[in-house]
Design a protein around this ligand. Structure first.
Ligand SMILES: [Zn+2]
Length: 240
């Protein structure tokens, strides 16, 4: 049987200020609540990458959707977490290790939003959620040489593990940028998976270090959300 497992990619969950234009990756709270309820009504369980892995490997069958958040925004804790808990879902938040407690200053053009502090990440973990690594500094690994890429991938894992006392088994390439070297480094580091920004649901025998995702943005209205989950809409948008 061919499986179609969506891994949803979120960034921020927050209501927007009127004058914000460059905020397509911020999903309003109401819309996020609708999406999680809708998932549940359709019979999906929303899960972290750790819970999802046996399904991706074909060791387990069931209707599941991975839920991921990139960058580690404070609004994931304040706005998304209560909804996730209510639905009994888990999720993975990819943390930029050297930006903990700071803002998304790797892109000054975007409205600067708070990233979780160490204590807030502890709260996220304490509520049954998971963290993964999103490098040390939100670097584009596709453009980095091996010496630069190595600590971004390997050290971010060990430093997060030391800081939080949990295993950090999942990685996410910033900007979706990766090459064969970064894939090899992620494997060497001992991660179990790495997610990209390649569009598609995951299918049988997906490369665990090149996992595609289903982007959910500000304008993902109910009908489109359903299409992304249950039809070939995203699969058809896959490149290569
Ligand atoms: Zn990112």
């Amino acid at each position: 049987m061919r499986c179609h497992i969506p891994i949803l990619m979120y960034h921020q969950v927050r209501d927007l200020q009127e004058k914000e234009h460059l905020s397509s990756l911020s999903v309003p709270i109401k819309r996020f609540r609708f999406q999680m309820k809708f998932l549940k009504q359709m019979g999906y369980k929303g899960v972290s990458l750790t819970e999802l892995t046996p399904y991706l490997k074909g060791e387990k069958q069931g209707k599941v959707a991975g839920i991921t958040f990139d960058d580690g925004y404070l609004n994931n804790l304040t706005n998304a977490l209560p909804i996730l808990n209510k639905m009994d879902f888990s999720a993975t938040c990819y943390i930029v290790k050297d930006r903990i407690g700071k803002t998304n200053d790797w892109n000054p053009e975007l409205s600067q939003q708070a990233l979780m502090t160490q204590e807030q990440i502890q709260e996220w973990l304490g509520a049954g959620m998971e963290i993964g690594s999103h490098t040390l500094s939100h670097i584009n690994l596709k453009k980095a040489d091996k010496e630069t890429a190595r600590p971004e991938i390997i050290q971010s894992k060990t430093e997060l593990e030391q800081m939080f006392g949990v295993a950090v088994n999942h990685f996410c390439y910033p900007y979706g940028g990766f090459n064969e070297e970064s894939v090899a480094l992620a494997e060497e580091a001992g991660y179990l998976s790495a997610t990209t920004t390649q569009r598609s649901r995951c299918h049988t025998n997906e490369h665990m270090f090149k996992l595609p995702r289903v982007v959910v943005a500000r304008h993902t209205l109910p009908h489109l959300f359903w299409m992304k989950l249950a039809t070939r809409y995203e699969d058809k948008r896959r490149k290569s």
